[in-house]
Design a binder for this molecule. Structure first.
Ligand code: UDP
Length: 375
């Protein structure tokens, strides 16, 4: 790649068509790594960065622990294939420096005192580099930290400002970075407090002041994008939760409750409502709105028909337990509850996945017509 002849067109637009105060398009995906506590994939122009956060977790070796606070570790790494000329894998001077300053960029916002002796690990992997990777990594790391639920005073947003052909430009592109006159990467809190500042090249004092104003605008725009990404993720999960809650908390259809109504809990924590409507019929209602009708044929045997046309038989084996077997060999055990009025057998219904030895059909044949009483 060689130095471009000019960096601005006749309209003052940059090589990629941006205005001097315009950042490259940014796309953020939150929560992309299932094994990380928090994660983020960020594209910024042609940069592609993945950030993962692990922790807070106990720090080993223990002698490294700080009894009053958590420590934050930050590893910036460029994949060997992320640049035009393959780079040697593993840490180098540049990545060690970037890791250090990036960790420090989060120091003022992460509430580390809440996690004494712990460590919060941040990994930023640059998959594709196109200038501004340290700032891209910080933006992704901030989201990953938030995604991990790490308490912070606020987000951190980062952007670079530079000088090209004597003009200040926001968010340097690759050519601008390589052949420009100055590069000033900055990270700041949402309150505008600078947490990282580095400089390559020279600015006059006035240029520097102007550059800081410009980069503030860039960071604000990025903060908005970060917030939107997080809102997108968390409002979505809230909606899902509400939907789930709605399913869980959907009230059971209103039924006239008899005195002897029982609410029982099955082994798998499913709630089952059992209500005797009269001496002969009981209704069993599961939380998932499945209704099972139990009809007593006589004092000993009842037939249960589930909504999906599955038929189960309820038979009193002794005074306390009845066994219900569906055609698909699901076993339902019920415990007889003696009602105040008539000693009608309704039950504590316990669903089990156990297989019953008997053939269902045999059971039905046997069960019907068994004349055992439970009284
Ligand atoms: N770069 C590269 N090889 C390297 C380091 C950097 O090709 O070993 C490229 C890469 O595209 C990077 C750009 O040079 O984004 C600018 O690097 P710099 O050190 O200024 O850091 P950055 O701007 O990425 O934070």
């Amino acid at each position: 790649m060689s130095k471009p002849e000019k960096f601005f067109d006749e309209n003052g637009l940059r090589l990629d068509g941006r205005r001097v105060d315009e950042i490259r398009p940014m796309k953020i995906e939150v929560g992309v790594l299932s094994r990380a506590d928090g994660s983020c994939y960020l594209e910024w122009g042609n940069n592609k960065v993945l950030a993962g956060v692990f922790g807070p977790r106990e720090l080993h070796p223990r002698r490294m622990q700080r009894p009053d606070t958590a420590i934050v570790r930050y590893r910036y790494n460029m994949a060997a294939f992320s640049v035009e000329d393959r780079i040697r894998p593993g840490p180098n001077r540049r990545s060690t420096e970037i890791s250090k300053v990036s960790r420090e960029a989060f120091e003022p916002v992460v509430l580390t005192h809440l996690y004494p002796s712990a460590v919060i690990d941040v990994f930023a992997e640059v998959l594709q580099a196109d200038a501004g990777t340290r700032t891209a990594a910080i933006n992704a790391a901030a989201i990953a930290l938030a995604d991990a639920g790490i308490p912070m005073k606020g987000l951190v947003s980062a952007c670079a400002v530079g000088k090209v052909d004597g003009k200040l430009v926001l968010d340097l592109g690759k050519d601008e970075d390589n052949y420009g006159d100055a590069d000033l990467p900055v990270a700041m809190t949402q309150d505008g407090d600078v947490t990282l500042i580095q400089m390559d090249g020279n600015f006059t004092q006035d240029e520097f002041k102007e550059a800081m104003e410009l980069v503030k605008v860039g960071c604000k725009q990025i903060l908005e994008i970060q917030r939107e990404a997080l809102k997108g993720k968390f409002s979505q999960s809230e909606t899902e939760e509400i939907e789930n809650e709605a399913v869980i908390e959907a009230p059971a259809p209103e039924v006239e409750k008899a005195e002897n109504e029982k609410v029982v809990e099955t082994e798998d924590d499913e709630m089952v409502e059992v209500e005797t409507e009269d001496d002969e019929t009981v209704e069993v209602e599961t939380e998932d709105d499945e209704t099972v009708e139990v009809e007593t044929e006589d004092d000993e045997t009842v037939e249960v028909e589930t909504e999906d046309d599955e038929t189960v038989e309820v038979e009193t084996e002794d005074d306390e337990t009845v066994e219900v077997e569906t055609y698909d060999e699901e076993v339902v055990e019920t415990e007889i509850i003696e009602t105040e009025e008539d000693n009608e057998n309704v039950g504590n219904v316990v669903m089990e996945d156990d297989e019953n030895d008997k053939e269902p059909d045999e059971n039905i044949d046997e069960d019907i017509g068994k004349g055992e009483t439970n009284e």
